[in-house]
Design a protein around this ligand. Sequence first.
Ligand code: HEC
Length: 142
Amino acid sequence: MKNFFIFCALMLMISCSEKKQENQNHQNEKIVKQSEMAALMLEMYSLNFENKSLILAGKNPQKLPKEFYKIHSAKLTDSTDRNASFEAFSEFYLDTYQQLMNSSKDSLISNHNKTVNSCIACHKTTCIGPIPRIKKLLISTN
Ligand code: HEC
């Protein structure tokens, strides 16, 4: 049983890292093959990346675009990823983002980091490949 989990984890790692390489090597091909969810994830990534710079510059983060709610419906590369836990993590992510929007200036950094950690929490259960990249969105607090 333990081996089975390790095997699953490896498979996830391989498929996610393969995708990343493809992304770098065949940008054009990838656009065609990319799932709706992968495209949405990349947009989420760049928004959070911009937010990091905005917050570091003492500005307010951007509003969550409506289309980001598509996390509940976007087509996944592997449709079996969408289960109850995936839905819970999606809600959790949207909630933390909402908290960031309502955050006072002095808790922007910690709320931004909460949002990024909610990305990581879901990724730990679905797609571990991009986690090192996502961690770069965190704002260092020391
Ligand atoms: C509810 C679970 C969940 C949440 C929350 C989540 N992700 Fe993802 N992410 C996934 C899954 C599943 C994939 C693989 C999508 C696919 O291939 O269809 C993915 C893919 C990605 C990718 C790789 C896209 C590619 O193929 O090049 C990046 C980068 C990424 N996510 C970043 C983020 C960031 C940044 C956040 C938070 C702002 C986030 N994710 C939140 C589940 C999640």
